[in-house]
Design a protein around this ligand. Sequence first.
Ligand code: 5AD
Length: 347
Amino acid sequence: MNTSSNSILDDIERLLTTSDPTVVDSLYEQAAAARDKAYGRNVFFRGLIEISNHCKNDCRYCGIRRSNPIQRYRLGPEQIMECCREGYALGFRTFVLQGGEDAWFTDERLCPIVEDIRTTFPDVAITLSLGERGRESFRRLREAGADRYLLRHETADAAHYAFLHPDEMDFDHRMQCLHDLRELGYQVGTGFMVGSPGQTLETLRKDLLFIQQFRPEMVGIGPFIPAQGTPFAEASAGSAELTLRLLAVLRLLLPSVLLPATTALATLLPGGRERALQAGANVVMPNLSPSDSRALYSIYNNKLATGSEAGEAVADLRRRLKIIGYDMPSSRGDFRNQQPTDKQSLL
Ligand code: 5AD
């Protein structure tokens, strides 16, 4: 198999649909080797803090969409800091503040929280994953100390985007946000769901092309999982196998990308996290949210937040991954656009 970027995209249909196990095994092996060359056998761990399940949007796939009558919560500044303190003691050096598009979290409320984390824990990376905001808001948050921003593009096909989202959401605005974040000096993460309703090989090809051209520092992909109370509640889930193949393809397209083994994949496939690492992933994101809010952040059905997905179990996870040959260094795990040499430590 030829793994230069162009030939991967030329060959994408075969790579994603073949039933020849030698082709698939070779894809995973080459992706794992590319990951090892860029980052060694290191798996970086990020603490996910779900700060609010209030959302002004009505995305058709998402369990916390505005019109779904679920119980809502948001964490206050002190609760968020408490999650960080706990996470820091457990060795986490990246905190990801994730939430719906909650109008309560104005810049006036959010910036002091980010500043507080920044000054209390100067050696952590602060990642935000709070949906679309204006450029000025992104600028203020960056100035307050945020380093990274996750905003999945969801699909690079405008018609598919319109099918997944309510009329008031706009594909061009999403793309604008991603470009603004990049210009403001964030490390930027994007991504998409695998098997979302309306997705085709053609829309997937566009996703991969977009990612190849935009060159994000991080890419998050996981299978679509139907969520109760949404228009897609009865749709079928995406394929875990296709997700694994796409992880491997992404690793080969962007060898130094930070690529999480997502909770959605672990939810759908037993052993999914380990399988993702073997297909080239190098990040895990255990949950540091307070236990009573974990169940409420139900963007899809049966979302895991316990066992190895729980922040407090990170020592267990480290032991488990050690057995299959991975280290979990307690470091920020920043994007590195270069290969480590023998003398260069990743810590
Ligand atoms: N299944 C899988 N992933 C989902 N997301 C939202 N709803 C679902 C679902 N039903 C993903 C979206 C979003 C991220 C936070 O979670 O891609 O960007």
